[in-house]
Design a protein around this ligand. Structure first.
Ligand SMILES: Nc1ncnc2c1ncn2[C@@H]1O[C@H](COP(=O)(O)OP(=O)(O)OP(=O)(O)O)[C@@H](O)[C@H]1O
Length: 372
């Protein structure tokens, strides 16, 4: 296709391309009734002069936690004016000021001025308003582990949950959303006794649930006949083996774009193969971007060697290059393995047979392109 064709060609296989956006709110939201009921039970007391029940929402990536909260908050807002429900993405808002700004915006319809106002004034204004209007406040902290740094979380939870001490009668509660089990224990360590939550778990979706969700999404996003059952099954398997539901939804979009750029009215297996490698390199770039300096340094050393190294020589190279300790090397290696960037294989050699061979799991050229 020439540039004019691309711009003027109005035939498309997408019925609604937004259906594949990360923030798309699916009308049809199945398999989470019991979790939604549990969350509704936590909110209920606040609709009736009580406090919301503090709750931890736990489930691995793309199990529908954010969608559930957002849907529920919308329902509450539609049906009651007795409670403010504020959703905070902790990847974006990590300071007290920015978090209370979000709450201010929810309550008053606009954020407070960025400068000149101390956070204590914003806080007082919020709590006074709740007290005057006799309304409850529920704040959902998504990816709350981002507040673990500097013990920010304890301060913020305390501010919110102990507001009634300074503003008698104020009713507040928290939802803390976590996507890794190990964070559940860190949460207990980071937050003292002001926060004793009940817990709601979002288990991973089964294969048939993923297939059903992807089929629904494809029906919304593509015109009828664009994607076959066979390709949907393939995408489902790929989502389970190499990622999660989000990977599957991304693949639908990428496949669609590839089919369209090939002027094809249907998605073919060859488009799916191309989409898989595109999606892999996109994911790899994202993972590499999230690494810290020592993790990047170690991966660079691994990627620039022609043959896989054993852990002994590798640790020497790493320590020479970075000046860091052996303990840091061990921890960094573990993190790279956890991220599935490398495999480590015991060789049976070395001191007590502990030597391991370190094997890169991803394409070394991609790593070099991104890190060198
Ligand atoms: N039951 C469902 N029905 C339809 N779509 C769903 C369902 N569950 C999740 N999704 C879709 O999967 C994607 C990921 O969902 P969501 O962001 O809610 O997961 P999450 O558990 O909050 O993920 P993370 O922990 O990674 O933030 C979204 O595009 C969402 O629309």
């Amino acid at each position: 296709m020439g540039i004019e064709d691309i711009l003027l060609h109005d035939e498309t296989i997408f019925q609604d391309i937004n259906a594949f956006n990360p923030d798309y709110m699916p009308e049809n939201y199945n398999f989470r009734d019991s979790q939604m009921e549990g969350m509704a039970m936590s909110i209920r007391p606040a609709l009736n002069k009580g406090r919301p029940v503090n709750t931890v929402i736990l489930g691995s990536c793309a199990t529908g936690k954010t969608t559930a909260i957002k849907k529920l908050f919308k329902m509450v807002e539609k049906n009651s004016n007795k409670i403010f429900c504020c959703y905070v993405n902790c990847q974006l808002h990590t300071t007290r000021f920015s978090i209370f700004s979000q709450i201010h915006k929810k309550i008053f319809g606009h954020a407070p001025p960025e400068t000149g106002i101390p956070v204590s004034r914003v806080y007082e204004k919020i709590m006074q308003h709740l007290s005057d209007e006799d309304k409850a406040l529920l704040v959902a902290f998504d990816d709350v582990d981002y507040l673990f740094k500097n013990n920010m979380i304890n301060k913020i939870f305390y501010d919110i949950l102990r507001a009634y001490e300074e503003f008698p009668g104020v009713r507040t509660g928290l939802f803390a959303i976590l996507s890794e089990l190990e964070f559940r224990f860190a949460l207990d360590k980071n937050v003292n006794t002001v926060f004793i939550p009940q817990e709601i778990t979002f288990p991973p979706y089964t294969r048939s649930e993923i297939l059903s969700i992807l089929t629904d999404r494809a029906k919304l996003g593509f015109y009828p006949g664009v994607i076959s059952d066979e390709i949907l099954e393939e995408i489902t398997d790929y989502s389970i083996d190499g990622g999660d539901l989000r990977t599957g939804i991304d693949l639908l979009r990428i496949c669609g774009n590839i089919a369209e750029s090939n002027a094809s009215k249907t998605i073919e297996l060859s488009h799916l193969e191309e989409a898989k490698s595109k999606s892999n390199s996109l994911k790899l770039v994202e993972t590499l971007r999230s690494l810290n300096k020592s993790e990047k340094d170690l991966l660079k050393v691994i990627a620039t060697k022609e043959e896989p190294l054993n852990s002994g020589p590798l640790s020497k190279l790493f320590m020479e290059e970075t000046g860091l300790s052996y303990a840091t090397f061990g921890r960094t290696l573990e993190k790279l393995e956890f991220l599935r960037l490398i495999d480590t294989k015991f060789t049976g050699k070395g001191v007590r047979g502990n030597s391991r061979q370190i094997i890169l799991r991803v394409n070394s050229d991609d790593v070099k392109k991104c890190l060198l």
